[in-house]
Ligand binder design. Structure first.
Ligand code: SF4
Length: 391
């Protein structure tokens, strides 16, 4: 039997983005001068207590330790035992405490007023309004709409949400909004590798890397993990300094760390990718490529030339035609990343297809070793039917 008070349930949604362990701060302020005469079992007054939890500022889900002093979280740090964070947090993870203590945060229910703004109301009033609206929706049956909208939640909280909705007679009405979504990447992997999943990348195992606007040192998929791997891939002082090329419009932190930045017009990174494939085919830089694969690539690039790619992307054709094409084929282990904001970019899935296809053809690439799948013909119909394809 689920034992959860209504207000606790509502508060759970309120603090979901900050991490369940931080929920102690949702309680009323301490009313006693010495609150810990009878302390909780795991608390020694005057000594910090650390709770292991998960950062929810992005989908990477880094493990972190929350330092608790007398019932208040005062600091969060990476959990050294966690495989993703490895003891570190990025700046968003470090700043997650602001969601808990920022004076501008919502501290209780709010009601929209006639002017379009929000007025604070009491919990009792908020609960009464919510109960009335829910009862009305349930009474209307199918015509009543009940939708729970949250940020990305997983595990017990997602189960609890589903349980609550099913009790209300609703199914599949839980909408999760995730600004850093990777749906195009998942769709591309579904088409190329047959799996609707985001693969595990091992940048530290590569010796050549090209990123199509994937800011993997800032936001892309699991930037903390990638930053650690990038340290091995591209050490500051070492004999083994591998090559990294960034293709994108902005001199981001990731671009700043590249050996070569190919500046493009926003949204035209795909053209550089097509130009690179064209250069590789024309110069026969991948002689080991089977005839079927070569034909598939030739069909994909159509009549794209290096010059056309450079004209569309607004970059120097020499960067595509000479410097880029001379590097990948020499490398034993290669990787292509496509990032940026793919869910807002109509060409996102197309670029992802190109990236995945190329990763699949690099038989020693980190991606290929993660997802070993036979050559699939599904890629070609998917690309040929893409409405934005030109030439
Ligand atoms: S990458 Fe940063 S924001 Fe994302 S989960 Fe890890 S610490 Fe949090």
């Amino acid at each position: 039997m689920l034992d959860l008070r209504r207000r606790d349930f509502l508060k759970l949604f309120g603090i979901a983005g900050t991490g369940a362990v931080l929920s102690g701060c949702g309680e009323p302020a301490t009313r006693y001068l010495i609150p810990y005469i009878n302390p909780p079992e795991d608390v020694v007054p005057g000594k910090a207590v650390y709770y292991a939890t998960t950062c929810r500022e992005c989908p990477a889900g880094c493990g972190m330790l929350a330092k608790n002093r007398e019932g208040r979280i005062v600091k969060v740090e990476g959990n050294p035992a966690h495989p993703v964070s490895g003891g570190k947090l990025c700046m968003r993870g470090q700043a997650s405490l602001h969601g808990l203590y920022n004076p501008d945060r919502f501290t209780g229910p709010m009601q929209r007023n006639a002017a379009g703004g929000f007025d604070p109301i009491t919990w009792e009033r908020g609960e009464a309004i919510l109960a009335a609206k829910l009862s009305e929706a349930v009474r209307k049956g199918d015509s009543g709409r009940i939708v729970v909208m949250t940020d990305l939640i997983t595990g017990s909280l997602r189960d609890l949400t589903g349980f609550w909705l099913s009790e209300m007679g609703r199914r599949n009405t839980h909408i999760m909004y995730e600004p850093w979504s990777y749906e195009p990447l998942k769709k591309a992997n579904q088409a190329v590798f047959g799996r609707d999943a985001i693969p595990t990348y091992r940048l530290d195992e590569l010796d050549f890397l090209i990123s199509f606007n994937a800011g993997f040192l800032e936001t892309w998929i699991s930037n903390l993990e990638f930053a650690r791997q990038y340290g091995s891939f591209h050490p500051i002082s070492s004999e083994r300094k591998n090559t990294f090329i960034f293709v994108g419009p902005r001199l981001s932190m990731t671009a700043n760390n590249a050996d070569l930045w190919i500046a493009t017009r926003p949204g035209t990174e795909y053209a550089v990718g097509l130009g690179i494939i064209r250069a590789i085919l024309d110069k026969n830089l991948a002689p080991e490529l089977p005839a079927k694969g070569r034909a598939a690539l030739a069909s994909m690039v159509g009549n794209w030339s290096v010059a056309k790619s450079a004209a569309v992307a607004g970059c120097d054709p020499g960067l595509i035609g000479s410097r880029v094409r001379s590097r990948p084929h020499r490398s034993r282990r290669q990787k292509v990343c496509r990032g940026g904001s793919p869910s807002r970019d109509l060409r996102g899935p197309f670029s992802m297809f190109a990236q995945c296809n190329r990763n699949r053809r690099c038989r020693k690439s980190a991606v290929h070793r993660q997802i070993r799948r036979p050559l699939s013909d599904r890629l070609q119909p998917a690309i040929l039917s893409y409405p934005g394809r030109q030439g």
